[in-house]
Design a protein around this ligand. Structure first.
Ligand code: ADP
Length: 216
């Protein structure tokens, strides 16, 4: 099964990729998490990556493509769900050519649709666990009492100015990717509103029946 999750920041891609990972035994490949981990662990590209992401901008295509490629290769080109990649038209074309060359094209792109107001509300209330990247929402899904509060942080790009910039970038640079996958007949649009259980149910109901999968 080779899937990608698509949608604006805060649509719930991370949460649903974890769900797909646990349900189907897939590998969740989140370029955002890979980038944050590289920064945290002092990777030589760390300072460059940090400079790109902290204000909500995008990391250059070549760098993200290399990171995504290593992860896809490491997982034998199959049984993965991409989260946050591709998010430019050139990344989408690159990924298409890369996977086609190995005869393992993407099988489905799930578009989690949520309106701007919801994105802003979710991201401004979001906190993450510094080490596991587990996301929390201060009101709806607060960090459990037994988690050390000093490990719960707000991402620099979840501050208000950065959120606005990410939304603008999404509309300008990422939205064209929607059309790219629509034209390929791979895009399934699902509402990202409602409870986690409701969204999971929608995803399962809309999974392409031609996919061969087993519940893990
Ligand atoms: P979100 O989907 O909530 O915006 P992510 O955790 O997916 O957040 O990504 C965080 C940041 O990492 C992005 O704002 C961007 O700077 C960088 N990033 C992640 N994936 C990509 C990508 N495919 N291309 C360019 N930059 C990326």
């Amino acid at each position: 099964m080779r899937l990608a999750l698509f949608g604006p920041p805060g649509a719930g891609k991370g949460t649903q990729s974890t769900f797909l990972r646990d349900t189907f035994g897939l590998r969740a490949i989140s370029t955002g998490n890979i980038i944050r981990k590289a920064i945290r662990e002092g990777h030589e590209l760390g300072p460059t990556l940090d400079a790109h992401i902290k204000d909500g901008g995008l990391v250059p295509d070549e760098i993200v493509q290399d990171l995504a490629k290593s992860s896809i290769v490491r997982h034998n080109f199959d049984q993965f769900v991409l989260d946050g990649f591709p998010r430019t038209l050139s990344q989408a074309k690159w990924l298409n050519d890369f996977l086609e060359a190995y005869k393992v094209p993407l099988q489905m792109v799930i578009f989690l649709a949520v309106p701007d107001e919801v994105v802003i509300e979710r991201l401004s209330q979001r906190r993450i666990h510094k080490l596991t990247c587990e996301p929390y929402h201060l009101l709806y899904h607060p960090p459990p009492a037994d988690v050390d509060p000093s490990l719960i942080i707000q991402r620099k790009d979840d501050r208000p100015e950065a959120i606005r910039f990410r939304l603008e970038t999404y509309k300008k640079v990422t939205e064209p990717v929607e059309r790219f996958y629509e034209d390929k007949g791979l895009l399934t649009k699902i509402s990202g509103l409602g409870s986690n259980t409701e969204i999971q149910k929608r995803i399962l109901e809309n999974l392409n029946p031609s996919l061969e999968y087993q519940i893990a």
